[in-house]
Design a protein around this ligand. Structure first.
Ligand SMILES: C[S@@+](CC[C@H](N)C(=O)[O-])C[C@H]1O[C@@H](n2cnc3c(N)ncnc32)[C@H](O)[C@@H]1O
Length: 284
């Protein structure tokens, strides 16, 4: 896979709907734009089902969505099967309030009853044990030290049932260490991924998401990320140190066009391409 736009926060959302009125910065909702730009909850739900079945030989029922933001993955999960449940955890009350307003449009009352929004720090949260914990869109890169990330991974390990699975994603490749911007047209606006700064001595990266509109207006720094760019070997080592018994990397396959094909399968050899996204499945 070589398309630089695959580097980080470049998920495809196949459900973009055309809007009749033109979007502008003033009339747009940044959380809606974020969902349209980088999230693909159905594909994510499919991947949870596939990985859980492969690793645990059964279907997952209960999930915890860490760093949930708008909780769209949890909403998709409770819609998926009648006995599915989800706990969605985030530290930011404002995004949880957004989710609480939006969920009744997305779910019927019975489905809503199977989804819990929880304001908490993922490093200290206590929840009933779940089959699967998700931490997607690289959110755990916010923890910049081995101790901090290790504390989170240990908490996730504790939050799982005996045959539970911790599913996270990661990004990397040579482009991820560059200060550069990528633009991608979404329905009625342009998504800008801005790798603003990278310090090779500490591994610290500052990234922004901006949105641009056809009328020339712009939502600058709609989202800001101060991360450490972790590598896959470091992440795997920390998962084992946190107590996980087996870690499998799911690497993306290559289509006939030479680009990533959105199919992720277990692999021990990756491709040294400019931009990649991978998943890690850590078994308790
Ligand atoms: C990149 S967004 C992730 C949104 C969504 N889950 C996704 O996959 O795109 C990161 C979210 O993590 C939340 N967050 C940051 N630090 C956190 C912490 N220590 N505990 C819980 N949530 C945290 C932020 O409030 C933000 O909503």
């Amino acid at each position: 896979m070589s398309d630089a736009t695959r580097t980080s926060k470049a998920r495809k959302n196949p459900n973009h709907k055309k809007r009749r009125s033109r979007r502008t910065a003033a009339t747009s909702d940044k959380h809606e734009l974020y969902e349209l730009s980088v999230q693909g909850p159905e594909a994510e739900g499919d991947f949870v089902d596939k990985a859980f079945r492969q690793r645990r030989r059964r279907l997952a029922r209960s999930i915890r969505e860490d760093f949930c933001g708008t909780a769209i993955a949890s909403a998709e999960w409770v819609k998926r099967r009648r006995d599915n449940t989800a706990i969605a955890v985030d530290l930011d009350q404002s995004v949880l309030d957004w989710a609480a307003r939006k969920l009744p449009e997305r779910l019927d009352p019975e489905q809503l009853g199977r989804l819990t929004l929880r304001r908490a720090d993922v490093r200290t949260v206590r929840t009933p044990p779940v089959d699967c914990i998700l931490a997607m869109n690289f959110s755990y890169y916010i923890f910049k030290t081995r101790q901090g990330l290790g504390q989170y991974f240990k908490r996730a390990h504790r939050g799982l049932v005996e045959d539970g699975l911790f599913l996270i994603d990661a990004y990397g490749g040579s482009d991820s260490f560059l200060e550069m911007q990528e633009r991608r047209k979404v329905s009625g606006f342009t998504y800008v991924w801005d790798q603003h700064s990278y310090n090779p001595i500490t591994g610290d990266a500052v990234n922004y998401i901006h949105f641009e509109f056809p009328d020339g207006t712009r939502m600058n720094k709609a989202f800001a990320y101060e991360w450490r760019l972790w590598t896959l070997p470091e992440i795997q080592e920390l998962l084992y140190e946190a107590g996980f018994s087996k870690v499998t990397v799911y690497w993306e396959g290559t289509g006939d066009d030479g680009e990533g094909n959105d199919e992720f399968d277990p692999s021990t050899v990756g491709e040294a391409c400019p931009g990649w996204i991978a998943y890690l499945a850590a078994e308790k």
